[in-house]
Every structure is written in C-alpha cells, then in structure tokens.
Design a protein around this ligand. Structure first.
Ligand SMILES: C[S@@+](CC[C@H](N)C(=O)[O-])C[C@H]1O[C@@H](n2cnc3c(N)ncnc32)[C@H](O)[C@@H]1O
Length: 230
C-alpha cells in the first residue's frame, strides 16, 4: 500500500447516493462509538474548546459543519452540560440522509439542519465557534478552500477542523481494529479509503490561508486551528 501521497481518486461507499440505506443508517449509528474511540474530541474539548467557551462568560452557540450522523455534536454537548456550560450546539450537513440519522441525537441543546457551509455563510448567521470532524479529507482543492473560508466567516472566534492523519501505521491499525465494529456497516472500507485520502500535517498546513495552524491533538490526528486570540 503506497501512502506516500493522498489517493484522491478513491470515493467512499457512503458518498454514493444509491448506497444501501440500511448499511448507511447502521454506519451513522456506529460512528457514535468509532468517533469516540478515534477522533480525540474529548481531549480537544478539555484543552481548547472548554477554556474558550467558559472564557466567553455567557451562553454560546457552536456549529458542527458536516455533522454527518451528529454524534460529535451530541458528545460535545454532553461534556459541556456536565461542566455546567450553557451552549447551543448546531449540526449542519447538506446530505439529507445524514440529517435523518442525526435528528435521533437531537436534544434541548442540540439541533440539526440540512444545509451546507456556503448557504449558512450567505445567510449571515454567526457562531461563537465552528468545528468539523472528518470533512477535510472528503473535499477537493477548491471545496477545501471554500469550506475553510466559510468556516472562518461563520465563526466570530475559534475554528477547529479535526481529521485523520494519513500514515501506514494508522492504516494497518484501523484495518484490524475496526473488524469487530465493521459488520453491517461501511466502516472498514470507508475508513481505510478515508485514511488514503487524508492529509499529513504539513500538506494540510500548506493548503490553509494565513492565520491558521495545524496541530497534532492525538496520535494519527490533525487539527486545523484558527484562533483569532492567538
Ligand atoms: C465523512 S462525513 C463526516 C461526518 C461527521 N462529521 C463524522 O465525523 O462522522 C463528511 C460530511 O461532510 C459533509 N460536507 C461536505 N461538504 C460540506 C460543506 N461544504 N458544508 C457542510 N457539510 C459538508 C458531507 O455531506 C458529509 O456528511
């Protein structure tokens, strides 16, 4: 397996509009556990998001762009609630199949909308923070630039885009580690394709405009950060 370069020719099974809806729904449900295990948002919340939100000293609104099945927004909402923070979490995704799955995770402080970053930006709505998980590797060069631009315009402060970092060890470990969770879902095929499509930190940094930096929040992870306070 050659992982020296991104393989942007690969398409994920769940991106096929004609994919099996039962497998897709099962995949969205199981992301709740898989993202918890691999995506590292608990650490990002504790180190970066929680201090930022509590520092605002008022209720906040946070947008999860490309929320998919909504599990990351729901997980962060649970963490913030437990900390006594008053935050409204909004998940947005232009794919109606994602929002259909996400609404099962809605709560009094978590809502979902079927819309993309461009339409939201054009609507003039603004949030205290914007984040995304596993969206960047999906996008082509022009889409990435637009997504990053939209996310910065949508936030009055912090923006955090978390993703996988491409690498042989990540590929090998995911290929084996996902086996118990993969049956009846697209998780194994799509996860491995995602790794092959994903960036290394320096590659991602070279695609971002001034004012952004790329961190390693956890093993096999990259985090694109725009923090106007920095
Ligand atoms: C692999 S999924 C990630 C879903 C979810 N964040 C997760 O971690 O499970 C990527 C999602 O990004 C969404 N997406 C792509 N371009 C977008 C845009 N410009 N604005 C909002 N969402 C977008 C897609 O519809 C897709 O649901």
């Amino acid at each position: 397996m050659n992982l020296a370069e991104r393989d942007v020719s690969l398409r994920e099974l769940m991106d096929d509009p004609d994919c099996d809806p039962r497998l897709l729904a099962a995949t969205y449900r199981r992301f709740g556990l898989v993202n918890r295990l691999v995506a590292g948002w608990t650490g990002v919340y504790r180190r970066t998001l929680r201090p930022y939100l509590s520092g605002l000293g008022r209720p906040a609104r946070v947008l999860d762009l490309g929320c998919g099945g909504g599990d990351v927004a729901a997980h962060l909402a649970a963490l913030a609630r437990a900390d006594g923070l008053r935050v409204q979490w909004v998940g947005a995704d232009p794919d109606p199949r994602a929002i259909e799955a996400a609404v099962a995770r809605a709560a009094s402080d978590v809502s979902f909308r079927c819309t993309g970053s461009d339409a939201l930006r054009e609507s003039g709505e603004r949030f205290d923070a914007v984040l995304s998980n596993h969206v960047l590797h999906h996008l082509d060069t022009a889409e990435l630039a637009a997504f990053v631009y939209d996310s910065a315009a949508l936030s009055t402060g912090l923006v955090l885009h978390g993703d996988i970092e491409r690498g042989r060890l990540a590929y090998a470990l995911y290929g084996v580690g996902i086996l118990p969770l993969a049956p009846g879902t697209f998780l194994r095929t799509d996860g491995l394709r995602s790794i092959r499509r994903s960036y290394r930190a320096a590659e991602l940094a070279s695609r971002l405009p001034e004012g952004w930096r790329v961190e390693h929040p956890a093993r096999f992870r990259v985090l694109a950060v725009r923090d106007p306070r920095a």
